[in-house]
Design a binder for this molecule. Structure first.
Ligand code: SAH
Ligand code: MG
Length: 213
């Protein structure tokens, strides 16, 4: 398993976000593995760039680009009054969340700006105009069925054969969390187009082995 250098782990741990270290290491290993295909690595759900650091460093090592998509207005559960709200990422001029400035500071601090293309927009709209093949698709955006399904249906068709689909917040037991990411994980396996590579905490890594959707 390919692991990141200590300065990358330190930058990851300092960054604001929602990924524990052991899952981050599994994401990094998947990114390093798939980057060998020579194709870009794509993330849905940038937030403040915590997981982006890992994709960006793996991309840098392989000479490919990391692409990260977010509207930067936050998911349902991150809005004011909800469980995962952080008042420090609200833009007072607009009165809405804006994680883009924090994300840019995160990438700058990690020295990874030139290895990342940040796309500000809604995932299904970006997927609809996307043209190229991808070596990795990492889904960590909105956690409603509507969002998770749109991410899956929008991005999986762009994933190269042999590429990796990584899904975060997969909870087989409803007592542990929302079921939308679990449902797209099941859908991928049931399609016959994927085989499971690893499971670490709530992070699942699947390899595309066929054309199922
Ligand atoms: N990967 C991050 C956490 C992402 S949190 C980390 O490691 O910390 C989920 C993010 O998905 C939020 O920033 C939210 O704005 C974004 N998001 C939710 N639905 C989206 C959609 N439909 N299109 C684009 N971004 C979306
Ligand atoms: Mg997540």
């Amino acid at each position: 398993m390919t692991t990141p250098k200590p300065d990358i782990v330190a930058a990851f741990e300092e960054a604001k976000g929602f990924m524990p270290r052991h899952e981050g290491l599994a994401l990094y290993a998947a990114a390093a593995d798939s980057a060998r295909l020579g194709l870009p690595l794509l993330e849905v759900g940038t937030y403040c760039g915590r997981s982006t650091i890992l994709l960006a460093d793996a991309a840098r090592q392989a000479g490919v680009m990391a692409i990260t998509v977010d509207h930067h207005r936050g998911s349902e559960e991150q809005q004011p009054g909800w469980e995962y709200h952080d008042p420090s990422v609200v833009d007072p001029a607009v009165g809405r969340m804006d994680t883009l400035p924090t994300f840019r500071r995160t990438l700058h601090a990690a020295g990874l700006e030139e290895h990342v293309i940040a796309v500000v927009g809604r995932s299904p709209q970006v997927a609809a105009v996307w043209g190229g093949e991808l070596g990795l698709v990492f889904i960590d955006g909105g956690h409603t069925d509507e969002h998770a399904t749109a991410d899956y249906e929008g991005w999986v068709p762009h994933l190269a054969d042999g590429g990796l689909l990584v899904i975060h917040d997969v909870f087989p037991d409803p007592a542990d969390g929302g079921q939308a990411p679990y449902r797209i994980y099941r859908r991928a396996l049931d399609s016959g187009g994927f085989s499971e590579v690893s499971a670490t905490g709530s992070l699942r890594v699947l390899r595309r082995t066929g054309a199922g959707l």
